[in-house]
Design a protein around this ligand. Structure first.
Ligand SMILES: [Zn+2]
Length: 352
């Protein structure tokens, strides 16, 4: 899928067509920086890629899409267009390098962040170039994956954009953006598609269970289904349901070993995902306790309902908030085992 994204004929997903038409209409509001905000896995990146292709194209089609035929489109398809800048975390750029280094044992963990050097290089490329193209798209995704120094370097570019630059920015967590960055952008908030539209993209019950777990984001569900996350989800449900018998500390030890297993590592399933799942599990307990429906684990509704009726709502919400805190630490845990123990002890306290 990543390879297709570099082609000029990439299309926005169906539920984003109305937005596409607004953005590409002759009277579309002009802005040098567009910011697309919405949950992960709903097609924000494809939208931005399609816009970048359109900006580069010398003769866009009537429907607003790049023609795919002109010299600029052909250059873009080759992956070498000098006026197109795609800024993503190193971990995303170096998938292939990491794959080839894996066997040698020399793989270095790639950064999940966009680092300041990338913005400096962008600035140099945009300002020192000999030729000044009028069409220079800059795609940055995810915009929130920057520390304050990097964000400030980007802010300078947004404040005084080099000639011809169109920033296409993608973000799933706007609360983590500097207000000064937000104020420089034309913001578009994208919602997850309607369940029927999302489900049309997926096949199989497992993919649909993952769709719910991802809050209705079909691309995230599709990727996880392909990576084999459905059995992981089943195991999570079985083991969290059996927690009272297993005991929190024993389950923490079991999950620590689980995260190191080959199947889990190959599926790119890691500690933050496990914390997310428990967080969503507890969210469903709260929803059911309040008389609403389960959102993330609808197929486990009966099991969740049985548990929820024994827990006071205040206790569930305390646990939910505790897990939100733990989630922040889960990307860079000092000690994964301690984090798992802390998390599961807090969850076990619900039932005590
Ligand atoms: Zn073209």
């Amino acid at each position: 899928m990543a390879e297709n994204l570099t082609l000029p004929n990439v299309r926005p997903l169906p539920w984003l067509h109305p937005l596409w038409q607004r953005l590409t209409a002759p009277d579309a509001p002009a802005a040098h920086a567009l910011l697309f905000i919405g949950p992960a896995g709903i097609g924000k990146r494809q939208l931005a890629e399609a816009l970048a292709a359109r900006i580069l194209c010398e003769q866009p089609q009537d429907d607003g899409h790049a023609c795919g035929q002109c010299p600029a489109c052909r250059l873009h398809a080759s992956g070498n267009h000098p006026d197109f800048f795609r800024i993503v975390p190193e971990s995303e750029q170096s998938d292939e390098a990491a794959d080839s280094a894996e066997g040698t044992g020399t793989a270095k963990k790639a950064s999940q962040q966009i680092v300041i050097e990338q913005i400096r290089q962008l600035q140099a490329a945009l300002t020192n170039t000999g030729h000044q193209s009028e069409r220079r798209p800059v795609l940055i995704d995810p915009l929130e994956a920057m520390n304050a120094y990097t964000a400030n370097a980007l802010l300078k570019l947004l404040e005084e954009p080099p000639a011809g630059c169109r920033f296409l920015l993608v973000c799933a967590a706007p609360a983590r953006l500097l207000p000064t960055i937000l104020s420089r952008c034309q913001c578009w908030r994208l919602a997850a598609p309607a369940p029927q539209e999302a489900a049309a993209l997926l096949t199989g019950d497992e993919a649909n269970a993952l769709l719910a777990l991802n809050g209705g984001a079909p691309l995230a569900a599709q990727r996880q289904s392909e990576q084999g996350w459905a059995p992981l989800m089943h195991r999570f449900v079985q083991e969290i349901s059996a927690l009272p018998q297993t005991g929190a500390l024993a389950l923490a030890a079991r999950w620590e070993a689980w995260l190191k297993q080959r199947d889990t590592v190959d599926a790119a399933f890691a500690l933050p995902n496990l914390v997310d799942w428990l967080h969503r599990w507890v969210a469903d307990l709260a929803l059911l306790r309040l008389g609403a429906d389960a959102r993330f684990f609808p197929t486990e509704r009966a099991r969740l309902q049985r548990q929820a009726q024994h827990f006071p709502i205040a206790t569930i919400l305390t646990c939910y908030n505790d897990l939100a805190q733990i989630r922040h630490a889960a990307s860079h845990p000092l000690n994964a085992r301690l984090l798992l123990e802390d998390m599961l002890l807090r969850y076990a306290r619900l039932a005590s």
